[in-house]
Ligand binder design. Structure first.
Ligand code: URA
Length: 236
């Protein structure tokens, strides 16, 4: 999801229908403010969260929204779906239809999902260069052995994408339960990684992204806004 940036004269022209040539004059007359400051520069870039006022007319006043959801199994990570309930259906927020997902979880995966209307933030979180870790708890059909640890750290070649997966950390918690830390999110990645050992994933739960853990007091299916501090925990 890209952020929507536009040059100020074009932004005002689209919103008001006023010719761009006349907008230069309006700006020179000091009739436009952006985020409370008089704007005179036609080249000024505004984004979807800039507060733009022309005379007494508010042209835009969107607030960025950042939420976490405790996704249940059986809910689809999409905004619309014909068959299943979606993560958006679960949200309790008046502007929920304006939000998009920051990374998907499979239908049968549970846990932490982030949603926002801030395209710049979500793009950054998904950028491979930021290497934001995602942490999963995995329950397997067959017992784990120590050799999984090295295999996950080395990476697996995925034929379909023609890539080798980034080093992943695997911690064995018990015979059938492990934690996995990934810095990327390939299609069915964890299931495919354990698939190399013919070991089926029976349950998969994401409990943390970056430094942000799923709020333990958030019941399955519930969501809430992130705090300012929590947002800072996501990108180092
Ligand atoms: N890996 C998977 O296989 N599924 C998920 O939902 C997330 C990571």
């Amino acid at each position: 999801m890209q952020s929507k940036r536009a040059r100020l004269d074009r932004f005002i022209s689209v919103r008001t229908g006023i010719n761009k040539k006349n907008i230069r004059l309006l700006l020179a007359q000091g009739r436009v403010t952006v985020d409370g400051v008089i704007a005179r520069d036609i080249d000024l870039q505004v984004n979807e969260f800039s507060h733009v006022v022309f005379d007494d007319q508010v042209l835009q006043q969107n607030q960025p929204i950042y939420m976490m959801l405790n996704k249940p199994v059986g809910v689809v990570s999409a905004t619309v779906d014909d068959k299943h309930q979606t993560v958006i259906d679960l949200l309790q927020h008046p502007q929920k239809t304006e939000l998009h997902l920051v990374g998907r979880l499979d239908l049968n995966t549970s846990g932490l999902v982030l949603l926002t209307n801030d395209g710049r933030w979500s793009t950054k979180l998904m950028e491979p260069e930021y290497k934001v870790s995602k942490y999963y708890r995995v329950t397997l059909a067959k017992p784990l052995t120590e050799d999984y640890i090295e295999a996950f750290a080395k990476g697996f070649y995925f034929d379909y994408e023609g890539i080798t997966t980034q080093p992943a950390v695997l911690r064995i918690l018990s015979d059938y339960v492990a934690e996995v830390e990934l810095t990327e999110g390939r299609y069915h990645q964890i299931k495919r990684m354990f698939g190399r050992f013919q070991n089926q994933v029976m349950a998969l739960h994401r409990y943390q992204i970056g430094g942000l853990a799923l709020d333990a007091s958030l019941a399955v299916g519930q969501s809430r806004l992130l705090t300012e501090q929590e947002k800072l925990l996501l990108i180092k």
